[in-house]
Design a protein around this ligand. Structure first.
Ligand SMILES: Cc1cc2nc3c(=O)[nH]c(=O)nc-3n(C[C@H](O)[C@H](O)[C@H](O)COP(=O)(O)OP(=O)(O)OC[C@H]3O[C@@H](n4cnc5c(N)ncnc54)[C@H](O)[C@@H]3O)c2cc1C
Length: 536
């Protein structure tokens, strides 16, 4: 027998809203005060019931059942009941539909806050939630798809595998990636042949190499129509309730993201309806991808926040060499550095959410959202694995053990960078915007000008960026995009008068920092930064 000593108490139920000063400030700053009560309620739910459910949803991974007892093909994925409960709560609280259900200023910022909170509790379900949310701009384009749009904004989860007319709410997925090319979707070989079933109806033949959330009610699919690559909506069930003509070949055996199913699929004359013009598939799907990329940023910010909260909690209670870890100068440097990274990620993500909110009214914000999404997706998603790993190490061996949340966060961390356009693709997209859409350059310049004079390191960097923007080239684009991301983060933090702004500029802009985290320069108020981020 032995007594258990020096082990921190369980992380327990948390109110993720109340614990997160940076989120509360960002929500107000970016204009969503009218939604604060709903987001606050979701913060309590996310840190309580959702976090508890997430363990089952991840441990009991989805299973593909190809046939029923009689040998009929059913292609159904079974999830643990916890998965459905998480989806039900998330959809009802607006994670997939608030911006469309209440289309008022601030709605996108509020939904972004919900997505950030949700990701901390249960990242796997974030995939179907974000795809459902992001499909709306495309669904709205086709009057024939009105029933789908109405069911997204209904904010109701209905897991029954029945035809759309019988559903109270729907979820949507996306099928773009094929074996021969994912980033370069122009290489898609799946064909869409006009069908006699209606003016905009087509039949699909071919495959998709990745198609997540395969129990979704509909999928936005790219395929080669006679006029070129085209976007189509492929329902899971046909209007008469029959199975549509596609089969799930297998589920991917993934590094992480375990509560979410990702499938390989083959189409055998699956019926689908065209959205947008033939040959305009990339332009059409880009409206979706802009929103899913923002959620990748928010998701990575959420992962960093949850990893930080775990590390702070542990180090506050654990002692080594006669002193609490949180009181050791070197550990303080690590924890404060992680806190800076997490808050900077959230700040930029929420700024982009405001740009999405304002895009309908302000062309400059449309241009800002266009370029800042690619910049932020590249940088914030890239930082997440490093930050999560550093937080993991703060727990020592416990951070490598499944009972702590850290291994799950660590497995999830690389994913946002890979899907929805991997890192290099984001950098090339930034170059494309800079060269073809001059209004995006102006939007960046405005954003930097707004913070001029607030910090000398920022001023120096912003001045240098003018030349760098003019000299952008493909091989050097990661360096450029990294600098743009840091300058954008600094601009938001400085204008917000954030308590971390000065330390961010000294360490990230002035170069007073090493290659690893935990290398903040002397004089940074690590204790104050930790106190701001400390979960209650
Ligand atoms: C868990 C999971 C779920 C997924 N779910 C879906 C889904 O639901 N729907 C869907 O459509 N897809 C999905 N994907 C696929 C994902 O979006 C693609 O894997 C991703 O877009 C990259 O495509 P690829 O795998 O074909 O890699 P490739 O396109 O072959 O790229 C490989 C690498 O080369 C780089 N690269 C490509 N072109 C260039 C270039 N010109 N210059 C420099 N570098 C370049 C890329 O950045 C990448 O790093 C999912 C992936 C995962 C891992």
């Amino acid at each position: 027998m032995h007594g258990v000593l020096n082990q921190p108490p369980g992380f327990g139920e948390r109110d993720l809203w109340r614990d997160d000063a940076a989120l509360r400030e960002a929500l107000l700053r970016e204009g969503a005060q009218g939604f604060a009560a709903g987001v606050a309620a979701y913060g309590a739910l996310a840190g309580g019931e959702l976090l508890a459910l997430s363990h089952d949803a991840h441990r009991d991974r989805p299973r593909l059942r190809t046939h029923d007892a009689g040998g009929h093909r059913i292609d159904r994925v079974e999830f643990h009941p916890a998965y459905h409960r998480v989806m039900e709560l998330a959809v009802a609280h607006g994670v997939a539909g608030l911006s469309w259900a209440r289309p008022e200023p601030g709605a996108h910022v509020a939904r972004a806050s919900l997505a950030y909170l949700h990701y901390q509790a249960e990242p796997g379900t974030s995939c179907p939630l974000t795809m459902t949310h992001a499909a709306m701009p495309v669904l709205r384009q086709a009057p024939a798809l009105r029933a789908w749009a109405d069911r997204v904004s209904a904010c109701r989860y209905d897991a029954r595998d029945v035809a759309i007319a019988d559903k109270r709410g729907v979820t949507l997925g996306m099928g773009m990636t094929e074996k021969q090319g994912g980033s370069d979707v122009r290489a898609n070989a799946t064909t869409a042949t006009p069908s006699a079933d209606g003016e905009d109806a087509y039949v699909l033949a071919g495959h998709k190499w990745f198609m997540s959330a395969p129990m979704s009610d509909g999928f936005l699919v790219l395929a080669q129509a006679p006029g070129g690559l085209t976007c189509l909506l492929m329902p899971r069930r046909l209007p008469d309730g029959d199975r549509n003509g596609f089969t799930l070949m297998r589920l991917k055996d993934k590094l992480g993201d375990w509560s979410n199913a990702s499938s390989e699929v083959e189409f055998q004359d699956a019926l689908a309806w065209r959205v947008g013009d033939e040959g305009r598939g990339v332009a059409t799907i880009l409206q979706v991808v802009m929103l899913t990329r923002l959620d990748c940023m928010l998701g990575s910010a959420g992962l960093m926040r949850m990893a930080l909260a775990q590390a702070l909690h542990h180090c506050r209670h654990r002692s080594a060499f006669g002193k609490r870890l949180a009181d050791q100068p070197l550990m303080r440097n690590v924890l404060a550095d992680i806190a800076i990274e997490a808050e900077a990620a959230l700040a930029l993500s929420m700024r982009v959410a405001r740009a999405v909110d304002a895009a309908a009214r302000e062309p400059r914000e449309t241009a800002f959202a266009r370029i800042a999404t690619a910049i932020g997706k590249y940088w914030i998603c890239r930082r997440a694995p490093t930050v999560v790993n550093e937080a993991q190490e703060c727990l020592g061996g416990a951070g490598y053990i499944e009972e702590s949340l850290l291994p799950r966060l660590y497995r999830q961390a690389p994913l946002n960078s890979i899907w929805e356009g991997s890192g290099n693709i984001q950098c090339l997209d930034v170059l494309r915007a800079l060269s073809r859409e001059p209004e995006t350059v102006e939007a960046l310049r405005d954003e930097f000008a707004a913070a001029r004079g607030l910090d000398p390191a920022f001023d120096t960097m912003a001045a240098g960026l003018d030349d760098a923007l003019a000299a952008a080239d493909e091989a050097g684009s990661r360096r450029l995009v990294e600098r743009l991301a840091l300058a954008l983060q600094a601009s938001v933090l400085l204008r917000a008068r954030s308590p971390i702004a000065e330390a961010f500029c000294r360490s990230r802009l002035a170069g007073d920092h090493g290659l690893a985290l935990g290398t903040l320069p002397a004089g940074v108020d690590c204790v104050g930064i930790m106190a701001r981020a400390m979960p209650g």
